[in-house]
Design a protein around this ligand. Sequence first.
Ligand code: ATP
Length: 359
Amino acid sequence: MSTIELTNLTKQFGALTAVNAIDLDVGAGEVVCLLGPSGCGKTTTLRMIAGLESATSGEVRIGGQRVNELSPRARNVSMVFQFYALYPTLSVAENLAYPLHAERLPPPEIAVRVRRVSEILHLDEVQHRLPGQLAEGEKQRVAVGRAIIRDPSCFLFDEPLSRLDVQLRETMRGQIKEVLAGLSRATVIVTHDQLEALTMADRIAVMRDGRIEQFASPHDIFARPANLFVAGFIGTPQMNLLPATFIGRDGGTGRFRAGGQEVAMAIDGAALSADDPVTLGVRPRSLHLVSEARADTLSAVVDLIEPMGAETLLHLVDGGQALRVVVDHRSEPAVGERVHVAFRPEQTHVFDRLERRMT
Ligand code: ATP
């Protein structure tokens, strides 16, 4: 069974704790993305799974077996790096076959597997070319092909698409996901690109400073961020995070003071007391303009208009408070105009003083 389990896994480089007591499990056939800002410990985690880095403490299990003491080769993982090292003097077919020669497979079996992988990755037409005669996307597909041609215990990808241009990335995301779906292997992908994680992962582990801040499905990470960090890190344009004070409740609706204004928002059963400091979180697409001020609106002045194709991103200000709102480009107001912004109640969040999401 192809699974990966990390328990209390820690890596220290001298005084620096690069990975801090993380727990993570990846099921057979599951794709997990490690996502986070530069230096948060993603690559170190991946290298500990591969056996390229030893763990300071904690355990790595692959297929249910502890592998901490095993060499990278004995772990039988397949790794694809950002810098795909293809052999420049070998053809595509020979590059694909290389890992199988190393395993001393019989030539007819090698030929069958090369044909199958070439088909899956649409490399039939370029089989006889050298890497120098390939486009970037083709090179990347050969690198993926070399990883999947063996029968590894799991797949590990380190920023696999970061060298490709935007359009190619989009195509490759879909293609890699499709290929992985047919292989029933546990897969871990390291990326700092949230779109890559949101589209390719079954679950995402959002990391910060060596810790996992949230480990959940892309939908949950987006719709129910565990804390302020995840809320601010995921989603473009970034979620509005407004410092506010709780005033009181009226059934399931809470009243808050944000900047110099009062606004009502759904709070369900959140345990709040008067004067509690909170942060209100609302995505720019969960706000809309209304014609006049109401209990559930904030008013602000249009400071900047940023066209985004069919949509427009409005930057609003009121006193020291900034607010971003996405509107249809046909209904955009003018710079300097005062507008009223309403919250969609089911799409707002309240974070407590410890930055955890309450609603
Ligand atoms: P990036 O997205 O920039 O690759 P990352 O999330 O993959 O970042 P890591 O490469 O895992 O981060 O690094 C985590 C921390 O550990 C960083 O502060 C890094 O400088 C440090 N680090 C990584 N490798 C070593 C090493 N061999 N010796 C000392 N410190 C290291």
